[in-house]
Each structure stands twice: as C-alpha cells, then as structure tokens.
Write a protein that binds this ligand. Structure first.
Ligand code: DC
Length: 254
C-alpha cells in the first residue's frame, strides 16, 4: 500500500493561507483533484510535476518509478520479463511506497537503484504486459482516490484517471530531451555516452508509444505543452493557470 505524504510547503504565511484555502475548496467539494501529466522520456515531467505538487500542496506521484521498481525486482529475482504470468504476480506482490524524493520496494529504499539504464529499459519492457499494468493502475487509482495528486506517466490521462480535472501532455523535441537527460546524469557524476543514450531513449519511446495496452498517447481533452524553449517556472505557471480555471473557476488560490 502506497505511503501518502502531503507536501504542504509553507514558505510564507500568505502561501500557507493560499494552500489552506485551496485545500478547503477541494475538501468541501469532497472531490480529490487529479492533475495528470503524460509525455515521453526527458520532456521534463518529473521536474514540472514535482514543482506543481509543491505549489498546490498535492501529493506527487511518479508512476514511472513504480514500473521501474517492479523491473528492478524482476532483475534481482532473475525473472524472465517475457514470463507474463510471473511478472504479473511480481507486480501484484510488490510493496511500493512513495514519499517525497524516495521510493521503497518491499521496505528497501531503491531511489537510486531504479535509475540505471538496465532498469530503464527493463521498465519499458515489462510495461507492455497487461497484468503488470493492471496491478500498477490499481495502486495508482488507490492513491488518487485518497488524496489530491499530481501524477506523471504515460497513460494517466487516458487510462488511470480518464476523468482527471486537468490533463497535460508535456513534450519537447528529441534533441532537447536527450540533452536534458545527459545534463541530469552528469549532475549526478555519471559518465554519459550521448549517442548511446539517444538510441536508448528512442527505442524506449517507440516501445512505449506502440504497445497494444495503454500506449503513450495524448488524451483528446489534454492540453499539449511543448517545453523545448520554456523555463521550468514558465511551464509550471501555465499549468497552474489551467488548474485555476478548471478547479477554482479562475480564482487565485494557488
Ligand atoms: O517515466 P519513466 O521514464 O521513469 O518510466 C519508465 C518506464 O515505465 C517507461 O519507459 C514506460 C513505463 N511507464 C508506463 O508504461 N506507464 C506509466 N504510466 C509510466 C511509466
């Protein structure tokens, strides 16, 4: 069962009041708010979704990290990713806990271990299995029903929460997406082969977009945002505007 941690950031009194007003509003309608952010690898989903969740006081959910955790477990248990039945069992049994900046698998912090190229590719491969997706979607819905969330992934607006109040399809051109991923890895002190990384990202995007079950796709009612030439704050601000218009009738609670 996922651990729910509310990211209430009270930088200033004014900000805290705005958070509380927003919470009150969300609470009085008895409705949990879902902001769905979908898009390909390296489009900036994590940074944007994290920043947005902090501004709104919502829970941030990285669904890619959940698929990665299952892939890591499969590698460790030497389960063949082609064994659909065994992979589904693993996905159902996985004890995944999300908390700000961390993910635990069966009680172990695996935040860093799920970011290797092997796990990236493994996650994309096991994500084609319908039974694995069913297990992940059930966990994701359970979280979104308990608390307001900013949830990022590939199928949030199309499958997980088709009735999400706000849906954004975040994109960036392929060169920029590779550049961002390189920068991220270098910042962590990793050595990067740019060409190899570009090839891996391309392969993963193709698999994620072409699988039969819940492929990466823009929901018909999602807003398309190209972040190639935009700063992080600009993207967050434009999504906040959409949240205001959809959730608070334009009033500036967040
Ligand atoms: O967001 P990410 O790169 O960490 O995701 C890793 C893989 O998980 C991605 O290649 C496809 C899969 N995934 C998915 O199929 N559906 C999601 N909602 C999120 C991720």
């Amino acid at each position: 069962m996922g651990k729910i941690v509310i990211q209430l950031q009270a930088g200033t009194q004014g900000r805290l009041v705005r958070h509380l007003l927003f919470w009150f509003l969300a609470d009085t309608t008895q409705k949990k708010i879902v902001v769905a952010i979908d898009g390909p690898a390296g489009a900036g989903k994590s940074t944007i979704a994290k920043g947005l969740a902090a501004r709104l006081g919502f829970t941030y959910i990285d669904t890619g990290a959940m698929y990665r955790a299952v892939a890591l477990w499969a590698v460790r248990q030497a389960v063949d990713p082609g064994d659909m039945h065994r992979m589904e069992q693993l996905a159902i049994a996985a004890g995944i806990e999300l908390s700000p900046g961390h993910i635990a698998l069966n009680g172990e912090d695996v935040t860093d271990s799920i970011r290797t190229p092997e796990v990236s590719s493994g996650a994309s491969k096991i994500a084609v299995i319908p039974g694995v997706r069913r297990a992940m979607v059930a966990k994701q819905r359970e979280i979104g029903e308990r608390t307001s969330v900013v949830m990022e992934g590939r199928d949030i607006g199309t499958v997980v929460f088709p009735n999400a109040q706000v849906k954004v399809f975040l994109d960036a051109n392929p060169g920029e997406r590779v550049r961002r991923r390189c920068e991220e890895m270098r910042a962590k002190g990793e050595t990067v082969d740019t060409e190899q990384l570009a090839a891996q990202m391309k392969e993963r995007d193709q698999r994620d977009s072409n699988r039969a079950d819940a492929p990466l796709a823009q929901a018909p009612d999602a807003i398309y945002l190209d972040s190639t030439a935009l700063a992080i704050e600009e993207v967050i601000e434009s999504i906040l505007k959409i949240v205001r218009s959809r959730v608070t009738n334009g009033r500036e609670y967040c």
